[in-house]
Design a protein around this ligand. Sequence first.
Ligand SMILES: NC(=O)C1=CN([C@@H]2O[C@H](COP(=O)(O)OP(=O)(O)OC[C@H]3O[C@@H](n4cnc5c(N)ncnc54)[C@H](O)[C@@H]3O)[C@@H](O)[C@H]2O)[C@@H](O)CC1
Ligand SMILES: [K+]
Length: 531
Amino acid sequence: MAEVLTAGQMRAIEQAAIASGSVTGLELMERAGAGVVAAIFEAWPQWQTRGTTASRSPENSGQEDALKAVVLCGPGNNGGDGFVIARLLTQSGWEVTVSVLGDPDRLPPDARTNFDRWVELGTYTPLTKNSLGTVETGPDLVVDAVFGTGLARKIEGDLVALFSHLTALRAETGVKCVAVDIPSGVCSDSGQILGIAPRVDLTVSFHAEKLGHTLGQVQDHSSRVVVCDIGLPHATPAEARTRYAWKTEPPDADSLRKTPLAQKYSYGHVLVLSGGCGRTGAARLAARSALRVGAGLVTLGVPCDALTEVACQTTAVMMTQVSDAAALRSVLEDRRLNTLCIGPGLGLDERARSLVETVLEHRRPAVLDADALTMFRDDPKVLFARLHAGCVITPHGGEFARLFPDLAERLMATADKGPAYSKVDATRSAAQRAGCTVLFKGADTVIATPDGQCAVHVAQFDRSAPWLATAGSGDVLSGLVAGLLARGMSPMQAAETAAWLHVQSALDFGPGLIAEDLPEILPHTLRNLIG
Ligand SMILES: NC(=O)C1=CN([C@@H]2O[C@H](COP(=O)(O)OP(=O)(O)OC[C@H]3O[C@@H](n4cnc5c(N)ncnc54)[C@H](O)[C@@H]3O)[C@@H](O)[C@H]2O)[C@@H](O)CC1
Ligand SMILES: [K+]
């Protein structure tokens, strides 16, 4: 399990290791700088062999192919890493130009030590908006070591011009840009850009990803993020679960297998409540997805006017008439209906509201989505009072804002101070307030439980699934969560597994995906996972 940390958590881990005497800050900084250099050579192996030509050595001086790097160093320990990188690249034969922001006498102690080591090897200039313009011929590499986890406020002044220049230079000349820990300007707790951040090819972070590497539009500022181990102790999975957020990983195959002697009731029975005639598609999509993900049985609860429509378009999914709350109560006398799914295409009328209230009265595992959330926009507290620990709500941004307007407002506000309020903060608060698991959808899906557990599912980089932005894909996700709850998973596990399968199915299908394709490609996705 990979924990994803805030800047404060990372600092606490470093401080604890230093306090224990197992490592010094200087050693950590050396490992961090060396890790970045190793990652650079791994990303561009052609430089490893060229770099052995020591251009600064007398026999090679003036050689045209000397690799050139510009290292931009900030006033804190991120800058300290930059001095280590400058030294190690120079020792590998690179021509390195260093610019320093602020007064070197005010650098923190470890950064200062590495600054002193650098000035034994090379020179530096003050960092200004022209720090890239002073390089006579274009550099091969620019290292952004201006700010890391200590970014405390918005990028302003000369740095705005410098970072715009860097992004433009990269686009024009193909110079490679590497960010130390995180591109300067990206808030490591929220992923928000405080003013501006350079666009980089590679980000090398330390020990664990920070939330800022997983939330927001990470791909807009970084083409790739790698994590370099600097020898700090990792949390056990149990510690990670209680202390930190973690990154959703592929589900355990065993959790999805069916056992040879099982029968259909071993895997639960989902009831999906449908809206009226002409609006049953969403519930049918959810129902089919619940069945495909392995629920033993799935029944659609359908109002009288939509019975024919649904009957014509379902086979393995069963159907029962549910015209009102009384009918639902009578259907729910069957205790084998162990999971309910309500909201997709439900509508916002009296019937819809009374069905949602009845679902919540019965306190069975339940997924609430779409209209089942929107209908409480004027009185979300009424919903929160009825939700319980067995529920999962799956809002997208708009639905989240309807239920949690104050949290959404904080989240949408343009931050000018770090650390900024994050989607993890918002989802955690929402889960506490709602008293149930909240799956807040997006390319960065955040899932949180009322007791503080929190997972981030990142659909970016190689798991970027833009074809999921299609009508009905959310209904499929609700159905997947419901099917997995019916199979006996906890709300958190069901939500995480569903989020992962949803994206993986979209990736397995590829371009042209529409929502109907998701349950149909799911067997292929499951086969790849289960074997
Ligand atoms: N402490 C340690 O032991 C280690 C720290 N490491 C590095 O240290 C970094 C964190 O170092 P720091 O906590 O010193 O923080 P940073 O180096 O990220 O930045 C802090 C400095 O920047 C200034 N600052 C913040 N935002 C600013 C803005 N918008 N405009 C102008 N100045 C601004 C602050 O006043 C402070 O001087 C990590 O990102 C990582 O790169 C690594 O070397 C691993 C070990
Ligand atoms: K940086």
